[in-house]
Ligand binder design. Structure first.
Ligand code: SF4
Length: 243
């Protein structure tokens, strides 16, 4: 199925899977290329803004904890729209960071806007280049320039976000009789986890994932453990997270 200019097939999936596409985004959200390159944008520093927003929402005292959660959230958005298109269309829209605008103050789905839909094949190598190398690696570098946060932790977050998106998609596809879409999402996810940037970040069993690095979420006041936690129970909040 060809990608349509509005990516309408994503709409029934809702939430993280919806991507606004075509034309000019409302307001002045910056292209993600500018965010990763720390180019000045009119609204100030979008990454610092988002990390502070997350820190306030979580009441987390450590900025690096908020940085980890913020990175995982953006990774989840990027994987969701990409996996959703791969599963439903068999193609993905090129998420070129020069075309994909991000509003760090907005919630889903208004936070992302793709100016133009240009189809790409949905094989693991193409998707890894389009999401991992074009987005998540420069995002990690930009965050690591601001916060004391390990690259292994951020890659673990990227893998966790990928599997989380795949799990949601799998549930939706099975509930809507789309075994074909579920199979495409599963196969693409397994291929992406084998990419050198994600290999070794955790173990995938069906749609369940056990990560090998800690995302630091346990350091949020009152937080428990994530479903793919590397520990059987949350470490004491005074403990340091592994990375
Ligand atoms: S202990 Fe587990 S759940 Fe808690 S922050 Fe680390 S990885 Fe996430």
């Amino acid at each position: 199925m060809d990608l349509d200019p509005g990516l309408t097939a994503l709409r029934p999936l809702g939430g993280y899977f919806v991507l606004r596409a075509g034309g000019t985004p409302p307001g002045t959200p910056a292209p993600l290329a500018d965010v990763y390159a720390n180019r000045p944008v009119r609204s100030g520093d979008p990454l610092d803004f988002r990390v502070e927003k997350v820190r306030g929402a979580l009441r987390a005292s450590e900025p690096r904890v908020a940085a980890s959660v913020a990175q995982q959230g953006l990774a989840a958005r990027l994987w969701s729209v990409t996996l959703g298109c791969a599963a439903l269309y068999g193609r993905i829209p090129d998420p070129d960071p020069r075309l994909l605008h991000w509003d760090p103050a907005a919630g889903v789905p208004d936070d992302l806007w793709l100016r133009e839909v240009r189809p790409l094949p949905a094989d693991p190598a193409t998707v890894a280049d389009a999401v991992l190398r074009a987005h998540l690696e420069p995002l990690a570098a930009a965050l690591r320039a601001r916060h004391r946060i390990a690259s292994g932790l951020l890659r673990g977050n990227a893998a966790s976000a990928l599997v989380g998106a795949a799990r949601q998609l799998d549930r939706w596809a099975r509930a809507h009789g789309r075994a074909d879409a579920a199979a495409r999402a599963r196969s693409l996810t397994a291929g992406l986890l084998a990419d050198p940037l994600l290999a070794g970040t955790g173990t995938l069993t069906g749609t369940a994932f056990r990560r090998r690095s800690c995302c630091l979420y346990y350091r949020v006041p009152g937080a428990g453990v994530c479903g793919d936690c590397c520990f059987p129970r949350a470490p004491r909040s005074s403990a340091r997270g592994t990375s």
